[in-house]
Design a protein around this ligand. Structure first.
Ligand code: FES
Ligand SMILES: [Fe+2]
Length: 422
């Protein structure tokens, strides 16, 4: 990819071309549980290069405001969250969830005129989302399937990933790599084992891709050999601007990710499992909480994975030799994250050599790039409507004569359909 295009794609701060596009969508900011109670401790969050503070006021409203006080620029993280707002500890200026200054003790007449930056928040699917775009352009709440399910049917975690969101997200739309780096986990992991899909994924390492533009983003068809008369298709969904849905494995919970830039060189990688029609089984939920499947183990008290760049992702050469892990790194997410972080905080896009199996990556970059440039010319971004986001991934064996796109038009037309999985 030419550097000019890469620069547009990876820069996400205020006023940048891509940053302006991303700010037109609801942004997943933090877990509801991070600000669980009214008047709880505020949480510093950096999103799209902006240093912000999330808190929940006395009435239980979630707020996302500038981290720094309007008076002298002190961090409100050190403030007191009480009686309907956050009060700066230095001279007592106080702000509500809308960033409005409620009190300036030393100059009361000033309060009404003072405010700090704030972004409206909603809570859905266990996540606090913020809207960081122009006030009159706020879209309807997200329509992603997992975000609309009851708590018993979904589980979400987030982890720090030390690289740009784009190279992280590109792992989520690249089904080829499952045949390589994840091949030994497929039979062991509690959220993947015993799925027929594993056999096809391991046997055929050269998926053939078709990518179809869709109202939500891209529908990515990866074809592998199935049985004698069939192909095994993995249908991955990429939803504007940072959601991916993973084709399911057997009867296990469905999965997906969100790739939200913290700044140009770091992102929050969210991992979500869900079942559209029933609660998550207790043993799977326990395994997810233990960091298995697409979740990770953390350094206690943080969202930083235990295996991280500073310790070479705890690579285990014995496990690599014994074929317990293809790369020697443990777990689906850290296998992906380690490879993506190893590219550098921002990969060298001009130096890469893409091949036919990278088609989904090329098309995703193009879709984001075009949407960002068109927005500059006044064309509204795609997939802002919640109904367009209601799509599902699938795994299916189809007769070799059937065109997967034709099948998908019928079978993946809405969320009222059965889950297609093998
Ligand atoms: S710096 Fe916050 S009140 Fe003075
Ligand atoms: Fe992966």
């Amino acid at each position: 990819m030419k550097n000019e295009m890469a620069e547009v794609l990876v820069r996400v701060g205020p006023g940048t071309t891509m940053g302006t596009l991303l700010r037109r969508y609801w942004v997943p900011v933090l877990l509801q549980s991070e600000i669980a109670q009214p008047d709880c401790a505020p949480v510093r969050v950096k999103i799209l290069g902006e240093k912000l503070l999330a808190f929940r006021d006395s009435e239980g409203r979630a707020g996302l405001v500038d981290e720094l006080c309007a008076h002298r620029g002190v961090s409100l993280f050190l403030g007191r969250n009480e009686e309907g707002g956050i009060r700066c500890s230095y001279h007592g200026w106080k702000y509500d969830v809308d960033g409005q200054c409620l009190e300036v003790p030393s100059a009361p007449q000033l309060a009404a005129k003072m405010s700090i930056k704030s972004y409206p928040c909603i809570e859905q699917g266990g996540i606090v989302w913020a809207y960081m775009g122009p006030a009159d352009m706020r879209p309807e709440p997200p329509g992603l399937e997992w975000s609309l399910l009851p708590e018993s049917q979904r589980f979400a975690t987030k982890r720090l990933q030390e690289c740009g969101y784009l190279q992280a997200m590109e792992g989520g739309i690249d089904t080829t790599h499952a045949s390589w780096v994840h091949r030994f986990e497929l039979d062991r992991d509690p959220m993947h084992r015993d799925a027929h899909a594993n056999k096809y994924i391991k046997a055929d390492r050269n998926a053939v891709f078709d990518v179809e533009p869709a109202p939500h983003g891209l529908e990515i068809f990866g074809r592998r050999n199935g049985e004698q008369d069939s192909f095994y298709w993995r249908v991955t969904q990429w939803i504007f601007p940072w959601y991916t849905l993973i084709p399911p494995f057997g009867a296990h919970a469905l999965g997906g990710h969100i790739w939200v830039p913290i700044d140009d060189e770091n992102c929050w990688a969210w991992s979500i499992n869900f079942l559209p029609d029933r609660p998550l089984p207790q043993h799977e939920l326990a395994a997810m909480k233990d960091g298995q499947g697409i979740h990770v183990k953390y350094i206690p008290g943080t969202f930083q994975p235990l295996a991280n760049r500073s310790n070479d992702w705890l690579i285990d050469r014995e496990s690599q030799k014994d074929k317990r892990s293809f790369s020697g790194v443990e777990g689906f997410s850290m296998q992906d994250a380690s490879l993506q972080e190893s590219m550098g905080a921002l990969q060298n896009y001009e130096g890469e050599h893409l091949v036919a199996t990278d088609k989904p990556i090329v098309m995703t970059r193009r879709a984001l790039y075009d949407a960002a440039l068109r927005l500059q010319q006044g064309v509204e971004p795609p997939a802002l409507g919640s109904s367009s986001q209601g799509v599902r991934a699938a795994g299916v064996l189809l007769d070799r004569s059937v065109k997967a796109q034709d099948w998908a038009r019928q079978a993946l037309g809405g969320l009222d359909q059965p889950v297609y999985t093998v």
